[in-house]
Design a protein around this ligand. Structure first.
Ligand code: NAG
Ligand code: NAG
Ligand code: NAG
Ligand code: NAG
Length: 439
């Protein structure tokens, strides 16, 4: 295909992505103005809300995030990174000047915030794999987090587990409640881009407050494993989760009959997939549910581009997507989505990314999920519209489908911004499922 033809398609593509907000089906509700917008860039709004969402559980403070937000230009990834780097550096310095012996809670609060802001500074940088900040910012976020974690009443403990075939190691953190006796325990991971450190603030701390142990982990494709071991995502997520379950049940404080598995975002595919193969898991959470990851990406493309993909014409497909990503006026969600996708799947071209993505579906697996499963959905879902409902329908009667709405302030992807409400709904369900099982 000639370049002008490719660009013609790209124009169409861009329009399509811009209007990914328009419902082509009745699968999604695209009312976006029910919440005050933090940026005219939809995806920056989402990412800013995501950091603020950590505030109730010690991961952010709202005013300073809003000050950083003011310095960010819509669509400008460098400005997003710089604003959060400046904030992280300032808060980190404040934290390091606090006497940890005298004021351990204050030091911990500030270190956890600094850690979150370093992660935000890294978030939009994965388009250039040679950018040294990808590792340097991560080292800083880990360092701040670990220093904070050591100051918890029950300090979190890091361990590296071996995958069964020895092909990768799984970094985990065990956060105990400090209470006696075997207790319910939640294993949790994020998805396409989030870290285990973020999970602590998103819902980990809320679980600990309820006497539930928390084990966070990361697998291939996720931040620490992608960086430290150079491995992209794998579809067989049970290869990651089963060693974490082995590890959990070794602990006297873990009730081996009361293990929950939670996946956020793309983790809404990963967790159900693993639960289908590991019956030691008593309850599952897909927040939000993802049934067919690859198709949900592909369906956001215009018909012509889908046809190019299915024809196997990798060069044309790549040149269209690469041109769109290089064009600053393309929507952030699309530019970032492709860059993060290639980085986290550890592939060099959009065609390879899309090809790999298609293996992440639960078509032949959904009926093997026999545990009670909580499937969250978001009324304003922009990443995986319609997927949660499809997963719930495929699983059937052991699925609890819950739509979080815009009116609740919980209509964004993963109900970001509503972590207190979300913790209430999810963790109450977990406790109820466990008490029912004990009857
Ligand atoms: C990627 O980052 C490296 C290191 O900062 C830099 O030398 C290079 O020019 C960047 N490449 C692009 C395409 O921006
Ligand atoms: C583990 O790594 C080896 C060597 O790279 C490879 O041959 C094998 O296929 C991998 N196993 C799995 C299950 O991916
Ligand atoms: C679903 O994933 C499997 C591999 O896990 C793959 O063989 C199959 O082609 C995928 N289905 C679709 C419809 O893409
Ligand atoms: C979309 O969401 C808005 C805000 O919650 C609500 O008022 C409206 O009824 C919804 N529309 C549909 C079609 O669900």
């Amino acid at each position: 295909m000639k370049l002008h033809q490719a660009l013609g398609l790209f124009g169409l593509f861009n329009v399509c992505i811009v209007s990914a907000a328009q419902p082509s089906t009745d699968l999604k509700n695209t009312t976006t103005d029910s919440m005050f917008q933090l940026s005219s860039d939809d995806d920056f709004h989402f990412e800013l809300l995501r950091v603020m969402s950590l505030a109730p559980y010690e991961g952010a403070d709202i005013g300073e995030v809003l000050v950083a937000a003011k310095k960010i230009d819509p669509g400008n990834f460098e400005s997003f990174s710089n604003a959060f780097f400046d904030l992280a550096t300032r808060v980190d310095e404040t934290a390091r000047n606090i006497d940890k012996e005298k004021h351990p809670v204050s030091a911990r609060n500030a270190l956890f915030r600094a850690s979150s802001y370093y992660r935000s500074a890294d978030f939009f940088l994965h388009g250039n794999w040679s950018d040294p900040r990808i590792n340097s910012l991560w080292d800083k976020q880990l360092n701040a987090f670990d220093t904070a974690m050591a100051l918890l009443p029950v300090p979190g403990k890091r361990v590296n587990l071996q995958a069964e075939d020895g092909n990768f190691t799984i970094p985990v953190i065990f956060f105990g409640t400090g209470l006696t006796g075997p207790r319910p325990t939640l294993l949790m991971c994020n998805g396409y881009d989030g870290s285990q450190e973020e999970m602590y603030h998103l819902i980990g701390k809320a679980a600990l407050e309820r006497g539930i142990n928390v084990i966070t982990y990361e697998g291939p494709g996720q931040p620490a494993v992608r960086r430290g071991q150079n491995i992209g995502f794998i579809p067989e997520w049970e290869r990651v989760v089963s060693p974490v379950v082995d590890f959990a049940i070794e602990h006297p404080e873990v009730d081996s009959e009361a293990i929950g598995l939670m996946g956020y975002s793309f983790g809404g595919y990963l967790a159900p997939r693993a639960a289908a193969f590991d019956k030691r898991i008593a309850a599952v959470f897909a927040v939000d549910g993802v049934y067919d990851f690859g198709k949900s990406l592909l369906y956001q493309f215009p018909q012509e581009l889908k046809e190019v993909f299915y024809s196997g014409d990798a060069d044309t497909f790549n040149s269209i997507i690469e041109a769109a990503v290089a064009e600053p006026s393309t929507d952030t969600i699309m530019r970032w989505g492709v860059q993060q996708g290639m980085w986290s799947f550890n592939v060099k071209t959009p065609f390879e990314w899309m090809t790999k993505a298609l293996a992440y579906n639960l078509t032949d697996v959904a009926d093997k999920i026999q545990q009670p499963i909580f499937i969250g959905d978001a009324q304003l879902e922009k990443f995986f519209p319609g997927q949660a409902k499809m997963l719930a329908d495929a699983i059937g009667s052991n699925a609890l489908y819950r739509l979080f709405t815009a009116d609740e302030g919980a209509g964004e992807h993963c109900s970001i911004g509503a972590s207190v409400l979300q913790s209430q709904v999810l963790l109450d369900w977990f406790e109820d499922v466990l008490s029912k099982a004990r009857e």
